[in-house]
Design a protein around this ligand. Structure first.
Ligand code: DOR
Length: 434
């Protein structure tokens, strides 16, 4: 069916120059055909009024945990992709720490196939770096690439062994796959359950120092310089790590990084009530770290926003802080939390959209598959946002199968009202498309 989105503010950062115009978007056969003022209504089709709303490419998340196969009671590909659609995302990359681990062709194939059958959004798997995420021998990168992975990572765990990391970077380079590191030196981290510092001391929890992250980033950058492989730091959280990435970029290394909404919004103060929903890895850091992260977002040192959507059930979360599984939901709160930064003038709206669409798409080569853009001919994957609407974040309204968010009850402003993938409406809060 043909569609015309009439009267929105359209932002697309995928081209050489940024498109930021009041315009209509015309869609035919699931693809964007034109963006302009006063476009004619389709003769066979529908007009959707998006006046006073923002229209941008569907958001792209390089870092989600859908728990299929293995832990579908927390999230499966269907519920995870429904959560993504609700949050405005049309493309997500899922981490390999499933059960079994995605470290070989058959698991990659299973995920690709399930996604094709049940997912409302585009789901691209990320393959493991090491077999079973054990950090001992390399996983079958070439086979997994042929089956559809778009990057490799042992996320949830670091690659501790520098020799294995060297080989992983060499292989990843050969197969032109970005390598995503969960930067955490486990010896320095000493099983700390939150950030090491004043709050941890006061509330009596074991902390892990910010250097557990930056030491690993520093080691890796040395190996990146040696091997020339593409290296991406997942969920960067500390000011020192950001400094290292900035310096590496100045030296021209093929380095990128992402930040999660929780790491730019919350500090370790949020852990003071022992809310296990604030337990994440890497841990929430100090206000100094958050300030450094915001500065790096404004500068462009941090390339993109990724949610690290990590569903866990009450069984893993309604326990002592020490014992709780780390992770929080992210897909359905990314837009309002990012818009807080826009209102604070940390970044402007165009940069926010770039960090959620074209920038992540380009990092994993997903732009070539039509993600993160509204250019003519691209699949009509898009998201319509009411940046002014106020609401209270409510975990009971979420599409995710899990409920582990520390943002429940937070006053928010800015919500995705309509998501479309390939011209099909996959989320519509107000029934605008009916
Ligand atoms: O908090 C986290 N949860 N950090 C990770 O790196 C893994 C994730 C998970 O899988 O739950």
């Amino acid at each position: 069916m043909d569609l015309l989105l009439r009267g929105g503010r359209v932002i697309d950062t995928s081209g050489e120059s940024v498109l930021d115009v009041a315009a209509d978007v015309s869609i035919r056969d699931g693809r964007v055909v034109d963006i302009g003022r006063g476009l004619a209504a389709p003769s066979h089709g529908r007009v959707i009024d998006v006046a006073d709303l923002l229209v941008c490419p569907g958001l792209v998340d390089l870092h989600v945990h859908f728990r299929e196969p293995g832990h579908e009671y927390k999230e499966d590909i269907a519920s995870g992709s429904a959560s993504a659609a609700c949050g405005g995302f049309t493309t997500v990359c899922c981490m390999p720490n499933t059960v079994p681990v995605n470290d070989c062709r058959s698991v990659t194939e299973l995920i690709v196939q399930r996604a094709r059958q049940v997912a409302a959004v585009n789901v691209y798997p990320i393959g493991a770096i090491s077999r079973g995420l054990q950090g001992r021998e390399l996983a079958e990168m070439a086979e997994m690439r042929d089956a559809g992975i778009v990057a490799v990572s042992d996320d949830g765990r670091p690659v501790m062994n520098a020799g294995l990391m060297r080989r992983a970077l060499e292989y990843a380079r050969t197969f032109d796959l970005p390598l995503v590191q969960h930067a955490e030196d486990l010896e320095l981290a000493e099983a700390g359950v939150m950030n090491e510092g004043e709050v941890a001391t006061r509330i009596g929890l074991r902390g892990q120092p910010a250097q557990a992250e930056s030491v690993m980033v520093a080691r890796d950058l040395e190996l990146v310089e040696w091997t020339g492989a593409r290296y991406h730091v997942a969920h960067v959280s500390s000011s020192r790590s950001v400094d290292l990435v900035r310096d590496a970029k100045r030296r021209g290394l093929p380095v990128s990084c992402e930040v999660t909404p929780h790491h730019f919004t919350l500090t370790d103060d949020a852990c003071a009530d022992y809310d296990t929903n604030t337990k994440v890895m890497p841990p929430l850091r100090t206000s100094r770290d958050v300030a450094a992260i915001k500065e790096a977002m404004a500068e462009g040192v941090i390339d993109c926003i990724a949610t690290d959507h990590a569903p866990h059930s009450d069984v893993e979360k309604e326990v002592e802080f020490d014992c709780a599984a780390p992770g929080m939901l992210g897909l359905e709160t990314a837009i309002p939390l990012t818009l807080e930064l826009v209102r604070e003038r940390v970044i402007d709206l165009v940069r926010a959209i770039r960090m959620l669409t074209s920038a992540p798409a380009a990092l994993f080569g997903l732009d070539a598959r039509g993600a993160g853009t509204l250019r003519g001919g691209a699949p009509a994957d898009l998201c319509v946002v009411d940046v002014n609407r106020r609401f209270s974040i409510d975990r009971e309204n979420m599409q995710s199968r899990s409920r582990n968010t520390p943002f429940h009850g937070r006053d928010a402003q800015g919500i995705c009202v309509l998501t479309m993938r390939g011209g099909q409406v996959i989320h519509d809060v107000d029934g605008r498309s009916r």
